[in-house]
Every structure is written in C-alpha cells, then in structure tokens.
Design a protein around this ligand. Structure first.
Ligand code: HEC
Ligand code: HEC
Length: 400
C-alpha cells in the first residue's frame, strides 16, 4: 500500500508539472488550451496543486493510472456536478444533495429528498476527502469513484434519468459543452469521459489543515485548546474511538475503512413502540418511529445487502470524522442531529443486541468528558473549507 501511494504521488506530481509547463504563458502560449482555448483559471491551478500536495494532516492522494488530474477535467467535472439540466426533472444535480456550504452533504432532514419528493433511505455522505475512500456508498458496493459517478444519474430517487444514453445525448445537444470533452479527453462525451471528469473534480475536495492537524502534525502546541486535547486523550484512550476511527503518525483519515455494527441499524428494524426507544439516560433516540410516514421507509440491512452474509447485517462503513461539525445529521439514516447526541449514544454503549460490535460498550463518561469529546470532534474542521466552497460556487461551476 505504501509503495502504491508513493507511486501515485509521483504520478500526480508529474501530471501537475506537465500541466504547469503547458500553462506557463511564456513557455507555451499556444498550448495553453484546456477550456475552449482559455488558460486554466487560478481555481483549477489551486485544485491541481491540492491533489499533488494535500493540506496538512492528509496522506498522498491515490490517483488511478488511467485518470490523471488535469485542469480541463476538473472544470468540466465541476460543471457536470452542478448541472441541473442533466436530471430528469431539470431541477436536481449532484450538488443538490452534496451542497458545498453544507459540508458537501445536506444538513436538512434525516435523509435527502430526491426526485419527485421521494425521501431517500440513507443520509448523503460528505464528499470532502472522498478521494481516500477504499469503497464507496455506506455499504461499500462500489470500488472506485470512477465507477460510482454514473450511478446517481439513473437511480429513480436521485437524478432519475431513464438511461445514461439520455444524459449523454443531452450533453451533446447543450451548446455550452461544445468542445469541452474534446479538450479534456480528446474525445466527445460518453460514459467513461463523464465519469472521469466528475471523479476528478471530486478528488479535488481535500479538506484538512484543521486546528487538530496544526497541533498534531504541524508542531503548533497552542493550536488546540485544553478541552479539545482532553477530548483527544479520551478519543485515543478510555473511549476507544480510535479503534475504528483510526489515525496514523503522519496523517489521519479517522477511518479503518471497515464495516461495523454500532447499533444504529438495528433500531428501526425492530418493531417496537416509540416509548421503548429511550436510552439509559432518557434520551429519546429513534425519533423517526414517532413519525407515521417513517413506517414506509424501506428497510436497510447495511453491508449484508452486498455480501449476503448474515454477519454483515447492520454493518456500515466507518465514516471519517474530519469536518464532522459541518456534516449533520449523523449516521447512515441521519438519526442524530448533533454531535452531543452521537457522543451520548456512544457513552451509553449503543443499543445492545446480538451482532453489535464489542468495541461499542458502556463507556461511563461523565458530562465533562462527553463535552471534551465533542470539542475534539469540532477541532477537525478544515482550515481550507472556505476556499473549497468558493471554488464550488464560482461562476464557472454554477452557470451554464
Ligand atoms: C437525491 C440526493 C442525491 C443526489 C442527487 C446525488 N447523491 Fe450522491 N449520495 C446520496 C446518498 C443518499 C448517498 C449514500 C447512498 C448509499 O450509501 O447507499 C450518496 C453517495 C455518494 C457517494 C459515495 C460517497 C462515499 O463516501 O462512499 C458519492 C461519491 C456521491 N454520492 C456522488 C454523487 C454524484 C457524483 C452525484 C451526481 C451524479 C450524486 N452523488 C447525486 C445522495 C445523492
Ligand atoms: C466499532 C467501531 C466504532 C467505534 C469504537 C466508534 N465508532 Fe463512530 N462510527 C462507526 C461507524 C460504523 C459509524 C457509522 C454508523 C452508521 O452510519 O450507522 C460511526 C459514526 C460516527 C459518527 C457519525 C459520523 C457521520 O458522519 O455520520 C461520529 C461523530 C462518531 N462515529 C464518533 C465516534 C466517537 C466519538 C467514538 C468514541 C466514543 C466512536 N465514534 C467510536 C464506528 C465506530
């Protein structure tokens, strides 16, 4: 793995250098044609530089050999990502559920409302740092960003197009796409080029250089306050969070890339009255059961839906905790609205049932310890988040 990452790092740097050479005006004015003859803007340059050298606290970015990042792919991918004309209703885009100013997820409701008012059964994961995922979707059913990128276009409750051909045809007919695919890939729009452009854009969403990173990896002793430091000690010690939300000596992704049952999936699967879903501490947990509409929510077996193994029932991929302050609601079904609730749930030991991960256990945390854990989680908000939002909301990204 380490070897592979070094290799991809070299590739990324090589790609960046190639682009930089092509775009330095005095060197190759005529070759600086990435976008209808325009030189790449500062935004794309910044995004490329980020892939080659990610913000403090993040490891090298794995980049597939057959899809090296370029400025032209980034700006095209961003345009596709925010283009509502590519949905059946003409009203939805990837950016409708992965909103830049809501942590590249959707903060309202438990789960997103998609095509035709359909309520999705799962919470939209943030796309910040999605470049590092080893599997995609909460049950891990896809193996690469490139493979994932086309699925939402035809899913009935997402962009809801009848087929991918319809989407490709529409792109071909839109005059503002003329020449863009050719400039980026040397060929016109097709499933491969659409997927490669979108995933290249997604790979640029690298968000770190948080207070925690500056303290832990940047040698700035005062970057983190005393309460957050206490929270870090609990996270890596008594509370055992780090067993699943893992970190390394030189960087941290806060995930083991594995699937665990922490009790959340089991709750709605039980046919129990609302009153019984109260934790030891009296916290009403699964509010959705109070909602008569929730009865219609399709069941969710987690990882088991993919592996068909009983042992994987209610297991979900461990999410990264970076930027978690921005990505409410929490858990695969968005059942918690605040980090305080998440920590209190863990503090109580989760909903005991056959199959729950033994690492989720009654932690006997007092209120001050819970508050310290929350303070630590909030120290993981990226220092460069504003820059990412500005890039995403730039005119080039959002106007046809
Ligand atoms: C209607 C809301 C909605 C729209 C529109 C939408 N998504 Fe998502 N997205 C979700 C949800 C919900 C999930 C989690 C689904 C699951 O795990 O089964 C998800 C998962 C993902 C993931 C996996 C992330 C991870 O951590 O594994 C990626 C990548 C992604 N979406 C990108 C896109 C792209 C690209 C588009 C547009 C082509 C798009 N999404 C459109 C709601 C949406
Ligand atoms: C057994 C492994 C495991 C342990 C231990 C663990 N987590 Fe988690 N954590 C998970 C998994 C898996 C999820 C996703 C569950 C879901 O989607 O239903 C999760 C979700 C979360 C979330 C919600 C993130 C989001 O984007 O929705 C937070 C916050 C969190 N954990 C914090 C903690 C803290 C704090 C601790 C220690 C008190 C901890 N976790 C201990 C595996 C673990």
């Amino acid at each position: 793995m380490i070897h592979r990452l070094f290799k991809t790092r070299r590739l990324a740097v090589a790609a960046l250098l190639a682009v930089a050479l092509l775009t330095v005006p005095s060197l190759a004015a005529n070759e600086a044609t990435t976008l209808n003859g325009d030189a790449p803007t500062q935004l794309e340059q910044a995004a490329l530089a980020r892939i080659a050298g990610p913000p403090l606290g993040l490891p090298d970015v794995p980049v597939p050999d057959d899809n090296p990042p370029t400025a032209a792919k980034i700006s095209l991918g961003r345009k596709l990502f925010f283009d509502e004309r590519l949905s059946h209703s003409g009203k939805l885009s990837c950016g409708s559920c992965h909103l830049p100013h809501e942590g590249f997820t959707l903060n309202k409701g438990h789960t997103p409302v998609g095509h035709d008012g359909m309520v999705l059964r799962r919470n939209a994961p943030t796309l910040l740092n999605v470049a590092y995922q080893r599997s995609f979707f909460l049950d891990g059913r896809q193996s690469s960003l490139e493979k994932q990128a086309l699925e939402p276009f035809t899913v009935a409750d997402e962009l809801a197009n009848p087929s991918l051909d319809v989407v490709i045809d529409r792109i071909r007919q839109l005059p503002d796409y003329a020449g863009l695919f050719e400039a980026a890939f040397g060929e016109g729009p097709g499933p491969r080029t659409v997927a490669h452009a979108i995933s290249t854009y997604e790979r640029t969403l690298l968000a770190a250089d948080s207070a925690f990173d500056r303290w832990r990896y940047g040698g700035q002793e005062n970057a983190l306050d005393a309460i957050a430091k206490q929270g870090f000690d609990l996270f890596t010690g008594k509370a055992g969070c780090v067993n699943c939300h893992a970190l390394d000596d030189r960087d941290a992704l806060f995930t083991d890339h594995l699937f665990h049952d922490d009790g959340i999936g089991w709750i709605p699967a039980r046919d129990i009255g609302a009153g019984q879903l109260i934790t030891r501490r009296g916290m009403p947990l699964y509010t959705a059961v109070h909602d008569p509409d929730a009865v219609a929510t399709p069941s969710d077996m987690g990882r088991m839906e993919i592996t068909k193994e009983f042992i994987d029932m209610f297991r979900y991929r461990t999410p990264s905790l970076r930027n978690v302050e921005l990505t409410a609601p929490y858990m695969h079904n968005g059942t918690f609205e605040t980090l305080e609730d998440v920590v209190a749930y863990y503090g109580d030991g989760g909903f005991r049932h056959f199959g729950i991960d033994p690492l989720v256990r009654d932690l006997r945390l007092n209120e001050a310890e819970e508050a310290a854990l929350v303070a630590f989680l909030k120290s993981l908000t990226a220092g460069n988040i504003e820059a990412l939002i500005v890039e995403a909301q730039s005119k080039a990204a959002t106007e046809p």
